[in-house]
Write a protein of this length. Structure first.
Lengths: 406, 1104
């Protein structure tokens, strides 16, 4: 009998050893998968861009909780763009070559994106660009999670024309996005029988808007189209308020003002003016409420959310889902898988348009409130197909509008 | 366990089970692989299908986009609107329309790509339609179909200027489901209109529902949201409803794959479908139409092969088990059957059938075993038969021997009977004579004892072996040697020996025996045999001993008298003669009463004789007379001696002279309880006496006194003249004190120069007793102050005496002494050489105060307090208000004057409770008064005690009370005496200001009677000064008081304070006060303090 027992014990030990080895093998820490985050943490764009890092972080943590990417945890490496496009491109190069990131999430200004794009394409890497922009661009290596012009600028101006009149005053910061956007707006106005009253540009970071506001007061347009970016917006709206121009009289339609900017400028200065985004924090859906809850639980109950943050967040999830669906980190497989992705996002159901590499997104127009949130005054009801190259602008015109850069 | 069972188990464990396990695991693996493959395949199919649909839609959209740029269309949109505006029958319109009709015919009628096409103006007017259904010529922004899919698509085109695919749904004008693609028409860069195409169902439908690659049970289904429900847009394979007709509530089937698809998920898995059957499915979202798509195959179909394999595996395993079972059984039997057979044969052999054999024919090990078994059986048989023969022979021999033995036994029996008779006779004789006999055979060493020896030695013959050694053992250890010697000697001398010796019994008793022994010798002189006799002579010996002891005891140092039954002395011992002085001859024959001292009465002797008769002995102390006449105490014990019949034969008295002992006892007592120097009782004795005195006083309720006496400056005497003079003084003092008191009183020395005198039983009345005690104390004092003659010196001294009366034992001894001591101390303080009493009044006062305090506490909380109101009037005798004074009505004490209970309250903190009660009651009354016109204006003045005012939250309390009863603060006046506000100026001032802030008025009571400076008073925020009644009383008679009052009034006016005079009793006083400017009055002239009912009556009557 004793011999039986010894034998049994031996078998058990062997089994235990086997189990241990198998477990070790499975649990053996797989090397982490790296992504790079390129946003300006300093400089004029810092106020707008810094929150996006948090949005990306939340998405990364959520993905890691559900098993990461093909068994490996996601590690994010954050680089400060310093509101300098050239510097940003250098950082992008460093992230791809040195840190071997599999994808980049970042950029805000179109200058920045246009500088980073060649780097990404050269290394066959991947960039997720989360900000609304002027369109006229398409790259197999960039997924544009922000709105294309037909999902923001065009419906915004169309609606403004329907509601307020034909005469529009255009003001913007002096770089590619406002210039290209205004080209589209002018074309749109002309197409619809509208009239661009004036088209003005100020350098990035401009603080003195007395002349501009004076002109607006004199010209009395039906509405203003505002493509200013960065803290210029603060000074512009302050000047408007000081000049006594009310939102009812001359409403301003802005492309780069969201909830954080409201807070920074002072909501009472912007109340009554408009903005167009796919996502507002005030979107009333279960998904959005849960998203806001998760974000605030992680980063603080006083935080506000805006469209670029939401776009950055969904960018990460789209990438993670594509990785999981492809089952391999091979860049091409991931890019193909990305083309098929759909996601139940806080803004609504979004889908990647495989051909244009942009997203089907809902369109919303919001009116700023004194409490720092937006009332949604018009929405498309369902997600709209992206058209980075507007239908009503011919090829020849496009080349001109995009300033030669495609 | 049987062999076949074991084999079966073995087969199972080794072969079948591992096989089954392995197959099962394999199967699981296959299933998992199959599952993954199936999911991959279905995902691939889903992706393909999605692309199919998307491609179809994209192609249609492209076609629309191209058509929107067609010159024909652009032309038409330029000219058609005007024609349309003019009317549909307008010739230019008709012309244009016909052209378009022909143009679009290719797409609509011929190839049936579109069901219908439309042209709209930017304002929403449908100016052209191929089919001219009900939607033609309506306005999409404002008309009847402004909420259709076409209208929504149109509006979206307006907003985005992009080609748009609408949703899918039922389209009323066509009475069928439809899908629209619309695009803007740009002419020269201007937005001129919208071109829309309505998609033909059938083609689209075919594409969507093509089920290639989906097996027998598979299908691709599409659905969209319709409100809160899921609406299936295609026909389901397993449901009969037409497309766009089947709705499902998502609440009912939450895990539908379609739900996942519709919420934007793309995934795959094995899930239950709308039938509830598990399917392998993949789901996707189609943003173009906001559709969810599910592509699925029944799980049964997919995993059919696995299911089959599993069944096969089970069959195989079962088959194997059966097969192995049978095999095991067969092989088992091969072994077990022969073994069984052998076992059976062995049993039979064991039972006795020696001839049985087993079958040796089985092959292998079993055959060999059988062979060996048979050989063994053979041997066994042989042995058995040999044994049987031997047994028979033996049995025959035995029978002969038995018969012989039988005869001998009978003979024996007869001899034994004769022997027994002889022995019995011998035993009887020995018992009678207490004589035992023994015989020792010296050759064999065997010793035989008769029964009597055993009885005498108290040994049990059953347990005791008779031997010389054992015999010696019974002998008393001290005599063993003697006996042994005697015997040995007798053997040598060839003489009989005759010794007496003791036996030591097991329980320790001693027996005396006499032993005689003679021995027989052979010719050579060797002892052969000894015979002996042992006689029990214990009784004899005891009697001898007793006599001897008596003789010795007789001559002890204690006196012994032996008298006969008539109490005549028979014998006396030597000690008697020594102690009493009488010779033996002088007393023999006489009665012992010649020794009596005459100190005891008849009763004593009678009791002694009585006890002697009853109990047979008496002991006690007795005083007798020696021959010389000296009386001495002795301790005597008398015993009666009874004869064998119980009658008294003699009296024996033993006594000793205890005079020496008595003296020693006296000595000790003295030392313990008496002071050696003065021979007075010491502290211990005093305490004892005092407690007795208290108890005695308790019984007869007479007062007694304790006096504490201390010699003044005794220490000085000791220091100057030395201790021996001091001692002499103390002795003299003791004597003198003694002479002043009675015998029954106790004078004690407490130590040093302190004496305590306990005078008991003085009188039953306190005053008398204290008088008498005083007299005694005075007498002592006087006695002790006369001169002392100490040796050769003369000395003067004096005492300090403290006296404390007592009655009963309410006070303890210690308390009494302490009080007397305190009184003595008082005497010393008062200058020495005097007497002081511990004041019983003090005691009394304390007790009454405690009782009063307790009663007062109860009174406060049980409504025994009352407020009396003394009216305050102005110079026209109108009522201004009242001062409230607290009164206490006790159920048994009656009306307790404030002079009594206020001080008691102030000593405890009850004053706070009382004060608060007064405040509350006053405010309650104010609240009641505020309701009536007559009384609304009245104010109440409340006295505030110093303790109340000192409270940290006094102001808060006042505020709280005001608020509780909702009283106008200015009607409340707080009267503070100078004493109240004397200390802690800052605190006082702050509180007063706080009270003023509330609106309360403040009045200084008893003004002028305190010691505070005017400067200090100036700081206080007062409203009113109250002139004390002591001043008012004498204003008409004493000019000083008059001036004082004048001054006070003047000062009050200067400081702008109100002034009120209290204690106004006469008209004269009133007139004087009025004359000098006083406008408010209080006093008996108007009313004494009365209860509220009377007060209100007073008000009603007008006033004084």
């Amino acid at each position: 009998m004793r011999q039986y027992r010894k034998f049994l014990l031996f078998i058990l030990l062997l089994l235990a050893l086997l189990i241990f080895l198998v477990w070790q093998y499975r649990v053996a820490a797989k090397p982490a998968v790296r992504i790079g985050v390129l946003h300006s943490l300093s400089g004029t764009m810092a106020a707008s861009e810094t929150p996006l890092v948090d949005a990306v972080r939340l998405a990364v943590e959520e993905a890691n909780e559900t098993g990461g990417v093909n068994g490996a945890q996601i590690e994010m490496i954050v680089s400060d763009c310093r509101s300098d496009a050239v510097y940003c491109a250098e950082q992008a190069e460093k992230l791809i070559v040195q840190h071997k990131v599999q994808a980049l999430f970042g950029c805000w200004t179109s200058d920045c994106r246009k500088a980073v794009r060649p780097v990404v394409e050269r290394h066959d890497n991947l960039l997720f660009y989360p900000v609304q922009y002027e369109g006229m661009e398409q790259s197999p290596d960039i997924i544009y999670t922000g709105a294309a012009p037909n999902q923001q600028i065009i419906p915004m101006v169309s609606w403004a024309m329907q509601q307020h009149g034909r005469r529009a005053y255009l003001i913007g910061s002096d770089y590619v996005f406002p210039r290209t956007a205004n080209n589209i707006v002018k074309k749109l106005l002309l197409t619809r029988g509208g009239q661009p009253v004036a088209e003005r540009y100020v350098p990035m970071g401009e603080q003195n808007f007395d002349a501009i506001v004076g002109e607006i007061a004199a010209q009395r347009p039906d509405f203003v189209v505002n493509t200013l970016n960065g803290d210029s917006n603060l000074y512009f709206f302050r000047a408007l308020q000081e000049a006594g121009i009310s939102a009812d009289a001359i409403p301003v339609f802005s492309t780069s003002i969201a909830e954080p900017e409201l807070a920074a400028i002072g909501p009472e200065r912007v109340a009554g003016h408009y903005a167009a985004w796919s996502y507002f924090q005030s979107v009333d859906s279960i998904e959005n409420r849960a998203f806001i809850e998760r974000f605030r639980h992680r980063f603080g109950s006083q935080r506000v959310l805006d469209d670029p943050m939401e776009a950055a967040y969904i960018g990460v999830h789209l990438w993670v889902n594509a990785q999981r669906s492809a089952g391999t980190p091979d860049a091409s497989s991931v890019k193909i898988a990305l083309g098929k992705q759909t996601l139940n996002a806080p803004e609504g159901i979004v889908a990647v348009d495989a051909e244009t590499r942009h997203l089907w997104k809902p369109v919303r127009i919001g009116r700023a409130r004194a409490d720092g949130q937006f009332d949604i005054v018009w929405q498309s009801g369902r997600s709209v197909a992206p058209a980075p190259f507007p239908f009503f602008i011919s090829h020849a015109e496009r080349a001109v509008m995009a300033g030669g850069a495609k | 366990m049987k062999i076949s069972t074991r084999l079966q188990l073995l087969f199972l464990l080794v072969a079948v089970l591992p096989l089954a396990l392995f197959s099962y695991l394999n199967l699981q693996q296959d299933e998992a692989t199959l599952r993954t493959e199936a999911l991959d395949r279905i995902s691939g199919l889903a992706d393909k299908k999605l692309i199919q649909v998307k491609t179809y839609l994209a192609e249609r959209k492209r076609e629309v986009q191209i058509l929107a740029r067609d010159p024909q269309l652009m032309n038409a949109i330029r000219t058609l609107p005007q024609g349309y505006a003019a009317g549909q029958l307008n010739p230019s319109y008709v012309r244009e329309a016909t052209q378009l009709q022909a143009y679009f015919g290719r797409y609509v009628e011929e190839h049936a790509l579109f069901h219908d096409v439309f042209l709209m103006t930017p304002q929403g007017e449908v100016i052209y339609s191929q089919k001219r259904e009900a939607d033609f010529a309506t306005n999409l922004l404002a008309g009847p179909y402004s909420e259709t899919l076409l209208a929504h698509a149109f509006r979206e085109v307006l907003m985005t200027l992009e080609p748009v695919i609408s949703g899918y749904g039922y389209y009323a004008p066509s009475q069928a489901p439809a899908l629209f693609i619309a695009a803007p028409i740009m002419v020269d860069g201007q937005f001129k209109g919208v071109f829309a195409a309505q998609l033909g169902n059938d083609l689209f439908y075919q594409v969507a529902t093509d089920a290639t690659g989906l097996g027998m049970s598979g299908e691709a289904i599409f659905a969209q949201w319709d409100g809160d429900d899921v609406l299936y847009t295609t026909q389901l394979k397993y449901r009969s409803e037409a497309p766009m007709k089947l709705r499902m509530n998502p609440q009912q089937s939450r895990s539908l794959p379609m739900l996942g698809a519709l919420s934007g998920e793309s995934g795959s898995g094995v899930k239950p479908d709308y039938r509830g059957k598990p399917v392998v499915g993949a789901w996707r979202y189609l943003p173009e139409l906001s559709w969810g798509m599910v592509v699925k195959i029944d799980a049964d179909e997919v995993f059919a092969s696995i299911a089959r394999q599993r069944v096969l595996m089970i069959e195989v395993v079962l088959g194997l088990m059966l097969f192995s079972g049978m095999l095991a059984y067969y092989f088992g039997r091969q072994i077990s059957v022969p073994l069984e057979d052998m076992a059976r044969t062995a049993d039979e052999v064991a039972k006795g059938s020696m001839g049985k054999r087993v079958d040796e024919s089985t092959p292998g090990e079993l055959g060999r075993f059988a062979l060996a078994f048979n050989r063994m059986a053979e041997n066994l048989q042989g042995l058995y038969s040999t044994l049987e023969q031997r047994i028979e022979a033996r049995t025959r021999d035995l029978n002969v021997t038995i018969a012989q033995l039988h005869e001998e036994i009978i003979e024996r029996g007869q001899i034994e009977n004769a022997l027994r008779d002889n022995r019995d006779r011998l035993n009887e004789a020995q018992q009678l004579g207490r004589l035992g006999s023994w015989e020792l055979n010296l050759l064999s060493g065997k010793l035989h004892w008769s029964d009597e020896i055993y009885r005498m030695f108290e040994l049990d013959p059953a347990h005791f072996v008779a031997s010389y050694e054992n015999f010696l053992r019974v002998i008393h250890p001290d005599d063993r040697e003697k006996v042994n010697q005697a015997y040995a000697q007798s053997l040598v001398d060839r003489q009989t020996y005759d010794v007496e010796h003791r036996l030591l019994m097991a329980d320790g008793r001693i027996k005396w025996v006499r032993e005689r022994c003679s021995s027989e010798f052979d010719e050579s002189g060797k002892p052969l045999r000894s015979v002996g006799a042992v006689q029990d002579v214990t009784e004899h010996k005891l009697a001898e001993d007793r006599q001897r002891i008596a003789a010795v005891a007789f001559e002890t140092h204690e006196g012994i008298v032996i008298a006969d039954a008539n109490a005549n002395i028979i014998r006396v011992n030597h000690a008697f003669q020594e102690i009493t002085g009488y010779d033996s001859e002088e007393v023999v024959g006489k009665n012992p009463r010649l020794l009596s001292s005459g100190a005891h009465d008849k009763a004593f002797y009678a009791a002694m004789w009585q006890q002697l008769l009853n109990e047979g002995s008496w002991s006690g102390e007795i005083l007798d007379k020696r021959k010389s006449g000296e009386i001495y105490p002795k301790w005597m014990t008398i015993s009666t001696v009874k004869d064998s019949e119980g009658k008294v034969s003699e009296y024996v008295a033993i006594f000793s002279d205890i005079s020496a002992r008595k003296k020693a006892e006296e000595e000790i007592r003295n030392l313990a309880f008496y002071d050696t120097l003065t021979k007075l009782p010491n502290r211990r004795l005093l305490l004892d006496r005092m407690s007795l005195a208290l108890n005695s006083s308790m019984r007869n309720q007479h007062y007694g006194a304790v006096m504490f006496l201390d010699m003044d400056r005794f220490k000085t005497l000791n220091d100057t003249m030395g201790h021996d003079y001091g001692d002499l003084l103390l002795i003299e003092v003791a004597q003198r004190i003694h002479s002043c008191v009675r015998e029954v009183d106790t004078v004690a020395r407490m130590g040093g120069d302190e004496f305590v005198i306990l005078v008991e039983d003085i009188d039953s009345i306190a005053e008398e007793a204290s008088q008498r005690a005083a007299l005694i104390a005075e007498k002592i004092r006087a006695s002790l102050t006369t001169a002392y003659q100490l040796k050769d010196r003369s000395y003067h001294s004096s005492p300090s005496i403290g006296v404390c009366l007592y009655r009963g034992n309410e006070e303890s001894v210690d308390a009494l002494l302490k009080h007397a001591d305190m009184a003595m101390y008082q005497a010393k303080e008062s200058g020495r050489n005097t007497v002081r009493f511990f004041d019983p009044q003090m005691q009394y006062a304390v007790e009454t105060r405690a009782a009063l305090e307790a009663d007062l506490r109860y009174a406060v909380f049980n409504g025994q307090l009352r407020l009396h109101y003394q009216i305050q009037v102005d110079d026209e005798h109108r009522a201004l208000g009242a001062e409230v004074l607290v009164r206490w009505v006790h159920p048994t004490r009656g009306m307790v004057s404030p002079a009594q209970f206020i001080p008691v309250a102030e000593e405890s903190s009850l004053i706070l409770e009382v004060g608060h009660w007064v405040l509350e009651t006053a405010c309650r009354q104010l609240a009641a008064w505020s309701k009536s016109e007559l009384t609304r204006h009245l104010s109440i003045a409340v006295n505030v005690s110093a303790q109340q005012f000192k409270l940290v939250d006094f102001v808060d309390r006042v505020m709280a009370v005001l608020r509780t009863f909702d009283v106008e603060a200015s009607h409340l006046k707080l009267e503070l005496t100078e004493g109240v506000v004397l200390n802690d100026v800052t605190d006082v001032v702050a509180k007063m200001y706080a009270l003023k802030a509330l609106g309360v008025r403040l009045s200084m009571d008893d003004f002028g009677t305190g010691y505070s400076s005017l400067a200090y008073l100036k700081q206080l925020p007062l409203d009113q000064l109250k002139i004390d009644q002591s001043f008012v009383r004498d204003i008409t008679t004493d000019p000083n008081d008059a001036v004082m009052v004048q001054t006070i009034i003047g000062m009050a006016h200067n400081f702008r304070l109100d002034v009120i005079a209290e204690g106004v009793e006469t008209e004269g006083q009133l007139a004087f006060l009025r004359q000098h400017g006083c406008r408010a009055f209080q006093g008996y002239l108007f009313s004494k303090p009365v209860p509220i009912e009377e007060f209100e009556q007073l008000l009603g009557r007008g006033d004084s």
